[in-house]
Each structure stands twice: as structure tokens, then as C-alpha cells.
Ligand binder design. Sequence first.
Ligand SMILES: Cc1ncc(COP(=O)(O)O)c(C=O)c1O
Length: 290
Amino acid sequence: MIDPRVLPFAYLNGDIIPIEQAKIPALDRGFLFGDAIYEVVPVYAGVLFRAQSHVERLMRGLEKIQIRDERTAHDWHEVFEQIAKTNGDIDQYIYLQVTRGVSHYRNHATPTDIKPLVFAMSQRLMPRSNHIAKHGIEAVLLQDTRWARCDIKTTSLLANVLLRQSALDQECSEALLHRDGWVTEGAASTVLLVTNDTLIVPPNNHEVLPGTTSRLIVELADAIGLPYETRKFSVEEMLSAEEVLLAAATKEVLPVCTIDDKSVGNGKPGPWWKKLDAAYQAYKAKVIAS
Ligand SMILES: Cc1ncc(COP(=O)(O)O)c(C=O)c1O
């Protein structure tokens, strides 16, 4: 039986079908090699949230790995709209992946004569628990064991899966990753700091995914008078920051209150997180009403 959080309709190569009928050929390169790009778009009360940022990143990702698909930004937007509408005016998030396609001869070399395969589904977006606003989340610090092109949102996520599971095994909800003492990002989130009443945002480079949510947070910081700097930061700086924040499209902005059992700041969600979260919720309400 399908989990009730999975919504009934999926999209496969142009058709809307019941999710249980969505079948992918075994010779698909996404299945065999993880040769694919994905995107996750939140939808509130049936309205796509920041879809343009997601479509832009999806198209940049396809270009980076040279998957050639003829769909335009408008076409991708329509695919997201179609799946959201079919599943109803509820809070959900759409997962969409584009694989290089099916090739009958397994070979690492990328064939040019195959058509990309597009699959999308939708799952219920659950409201944030009250516990998080009161106590924040607990995180662990781990060595970043992923590959050298984390700017590409590929479905090859084994390292992220193992890192997140390692955090869960330690009863924490996220793994904060570092390379040689420099913080990169979370297993599935962007890490930001507040230090000296300034928001520190990681720069876009090959070590991190360019986050759509951190981009929005920078806009909101501007609006609420929180200055920001874009630069790398060390583990040491993170551990002594006033606030540590996580950003991800399906999680919005979250306060990290302990790292490896040590308190961040005074161990409670901080004042800048509260202001940013309030601005985020107000922005969301405007998008829903528009
Ligand atoms: C590795 C990684 N970094 C950052 C993010 C945040 O990206 P976005 O804000 O676009 O969800 C995600 C989201 O899933 C992620 O998986």
C-alpha cells in the first residue's frame, strides 16, 4: 500500500498517471548510473513557491551535465503546475527528476541519440512541529564525504543519504558538513550563521548547492535590516556563532540549537531566526494570496 503522504498523481514523460502505475525501464541511465538531475518545489495551498528559482537551477543542472531537453522554462513551469493542480490545492512538494534516458547498451559514455526521461511526483508537505520553534534542532558535525561537484543537484545522493542517516542514528536531525575545517552545507540544506548581528551566507562554488531558500533569506534579511556577507566560514566560527540557521525549500528556515551536544548561543532559537521566520511566513502568505 502506498504511504498516504504520497499524493495520487504522478507525471511520466508528458502523461499524468496514478503514482502506482509509474514504471521506469531498468535500462534507464538514472537507475543504472544516477545520471540525472532533480528538483524539489514546495507548493502552498496549491500555489507554487519560488518556482522560477527552481526551474532556473534545473535548467542550469541539465546544461552542466549536458542532458539536452527541448523544454523551455515555461514548459517546466507548466509541468510543475500540472502535477500540483492534479493533486489538489493543498500543501505539497513536487519532486521532479530528469534522467539522460534509456540506452540499451550499458556504457559510461553518454549517448546523444536518446531522449531524457522525466518523472515527477508529489508528497504532502507537513507543517513544522511547535517543538522546533521552541527548542530548535539538534545537529552533528561530520566530514563532507561527497564528490567534488556538489553544485549539481544530481540524484546520485548516496553520501548524503549515509550522512543524514548518521545524524539520525545520533538522534539529531541534520548533519553539518565540513571539508578541512571549512563548513560546506547540511546533508540536505544550506548552513548560514548570524555573528555580530550579520548574516553569513556561503558563496556559490563547486562545494555547495546554490540554495533557492538561502537566496530568499538574503532578500528577507535585506528587508528586515539584517546586514549580510557572502563568504566561507570555519567550523570554529560556526561553533561560536550567535545563531546557526538551516535553509531548505521544504523546511524553510530552521534554528540549530545544538551541534554535537554543545549549545549554539544560549541554546534557544535566536532573535534573528525569529525575525527571519516571521518575514518568511509573511512572504509565503503574500505568495498564496497573489
Ligand atoms: C545538499 C543540499 N544543499 C542545499 C539544499 C537547499 O536547497 P533549496 O533551498 O533550494 O531547497 C538542499 C535541498 O535539498 C540540499 O539537498
